[in-house]
Design a protein around this ligand. Structure first.
Ligand code: NAD
Length: 488
């Protein structure tokens, strides 16, 4: 007789209650490191969503009038609870996403930082006044919430990305319906549970699991005012256009192909360490991953040699094991797609310097593993240069000058992040002035801004106007009233 506990089907969180989806459709959620089923996620339907939106709409009537310091106090309590549950949350992330425990631990920190920013609501939500716009006339700007916000999130940051959205949205007085990735749905439920423990009133935060039907429902729902989306480029574009056509405010963060330029004067030790972390950390499944290195001049040979040697040292396996750096990719289909890209790179004539297919994948476990892979002599225009592979596959392009390097990076359709390794102030200035990307790193591998700055991708990496986090986030989740008054 088996003693293993039966695998549970997750519930939705609606109006403060854990409820079964009305849909009988469900998907398996495997641990990507082992292939073992850890849960089933319901593929909820329109009726589930309607109930969540109705709960959020009802809760909005009181939540919007809840004094801002009281809202902030709930977020302070939430921050405490997240700190207390740090290890547990990191483990959950590793189990459902596959990234190493160390990376997951860092992700929890990034989530907590968003809550800390949102807890500054009393200051963030202040308006502005001019007492004398004319004789006896004054004018002031006041901020108000937008209403019910829908959030749609990807698999690669099951905690951080939802935390980009709901803590600040709630701090601003909105209520929220979250549709987490159906591939990593567990963390969202735990985040909602802890929010309830922190004292959040029923209906202010709701979680509806599912896929396209719930997303389409959010985009068209007449009672949802604003949509925050993070995911792949084609879906981001679709979400942006569809939600906007239904009169909603939208921010849609999309895919990436981040270039890292290495100048001949770069500190090679630092560049190699940072690039290895940025290219292969989280199995390359990061929107801020380094996927293309642009080597300038004669640094190319030693750089490629050192990157390959450092990649050889990477330990692959279950992210819960001590010392494992590279976990699996999210699903078998994603592993197969990645292997397809490695074949494409060879066919396109790039030189395969390190072939992750040859790593001892079997020893790593029964999950979906691809070893660190490096292509040299990649040319702009090749598929492996152009497409977001979202896996541990790094391309190296060789160029002769900084100008050519910047031109190469700027030729990409994507423009999330870009990095430069150099000691030259003039090169740094030129890079900052002329690179087409919203998040820049200088001698840094992953230039992801902290929560009090906007996460500011450009071009096809972002659709909308106001980014997530920072003042942009506050602007996105509030609308302004201008008052002109004569008090005589
Ligand atoms: P994805 O686009 O497959 O899924 C994102 C969300 O959209 C999920 O909740 C999913 O259920 C939903 N979805 C997917 N296809 C849909 C469709 N056809 N119609 C309606 N809804 C749909 O993205 P993913 O694979 O989960 O995440 C990885 C992607 O997210 C990468 O492209 C990565 O670069 C991007 N990302 C971007 C940022 C950023 O800040 N720009 C941050 C994290 C991830």
């Amino acid at each position: 007789m088996s003693t293993a506990a039966p695998v549970k089907t997750l519930k939705n969180f609606i109006g403060g209650q854990w409820v079964d989806s009305g849909s009988s459709e469900r998907l398996e959620v495997p641990n990507p490191a082992t292939g073992e089923t850890i849960a089933y996620v319901p593929i909820s339907n329109q009726s589930d969503l309607d109930q969540a939106v109705a709960a959020a709409k009802a809760a909005f009537r009181t939540w919007r009038d809840t004094p801002v310091p009281r809202r902030a106090r709930i977020l302070f309590r939430y921050q405490q609870l997240l700190m207390e549950h740090w290890e547990e949350l990191a483990q959950l992330i590793t189990i459902e996403n596959g990234k190493s425990y160390k990376e997951a631990y860092g992700e929890v920190q990034r989530g907590i930082e968003c809550v800390e920013f949102a807890a500054g609501a009393p200051t963030l939500l202040m308006g502005s006044q001019l007492p004398d716009i004319a004789t006896d006339l004054e004018s002031g700007m006041y901020r108000y919430p937008v209403g019910v916000v829908g959030g749609i999130t990807p698999f690669n940051f099951p905690m951080m990305v939802p935390c980009w959205m709901f803590p600040l949205a709630l701090a601003c007085g909105n209520t929220f319906v979250l549709k987490p990735s159906e591939r990593t749905p567990l963390c969202a439920n735990r985040l909602a549970e802890l929010m309830t423990e922190a004292g959040l009133p029923d209906g202010v935060l709701n979680v509806v699991h599912g896929a396209h039907e719930v997303v389409n429902g959010i985009l068209a729902h007449p009672d949802i005012t604003a949509v925050s989306f993070v995911g792949s480029q084609p879906v981001a574009e679709y979400v942006y256009k569809t939600a906007a056509s239904h009169g909603k405010r939208v921010q849609a963060l999309a895919g990436a192909k981040n270039h890292t330029i290495v100048m001949p004067d770069a500190n090679l030790d630092l560049a190699v360490k940072e690039i290895i972390g940025a290219a292969f950390g989280s199995a390359g499944e990061r929107c801020m991953a380094c996927s293309v290195v642009v080597a300038v001049g004669d640094i190319a040979d030693p750089l490629v040699e050192r990157l390959a040697a450092a990649a050889d040292e990477i330990r692959m396996g279950n992210g819960l094991e001590e010392g494992v750096f590279l976990g699996p990719v999210i699903r078998a289909a994603h592993r197969d797609r990645t292997l397809g890209y490695i074949e494409t790179g060879e066919r396109e004539g790039a030189r395969l310097v390190r072939d992750g297919r040859k790593d001892d994948v079997a020893a790593a476990g029964a999950g979906y593993f691809v070893g660190p892979t490096i292509f040299d002599h990649v040319k702009p225009g090749m598929k492996i240069w152009q497409d977001e592979i979202f896996a541990p596959v790094l391309s190296v392009v060789r160029v002769d000058s900084l100008e050519e390097a910047i031109e190469t990076a700027n030729a990409s359709d994507f423009a999330n992040g870009a990095c430069l390794f150099t000691d030259s102030a003039a090169a740094i200035r030129k890079f900052r002035q002329t690179i087409d990307a919203g998040m820049l790193g200088v001698n840094v591998g992953v230039p992801a801004p902290m929560a009090f700055f906007p996460f500011s991708g450009w071009k096809k990496s972002f659709y909308g106007d106001l980014h997530v986090n920072g003042r942009d986030g506050v602007e996105f989740y509030t609308r302004r009233k201008m008052l002109t008054g004569r008090y005589v």
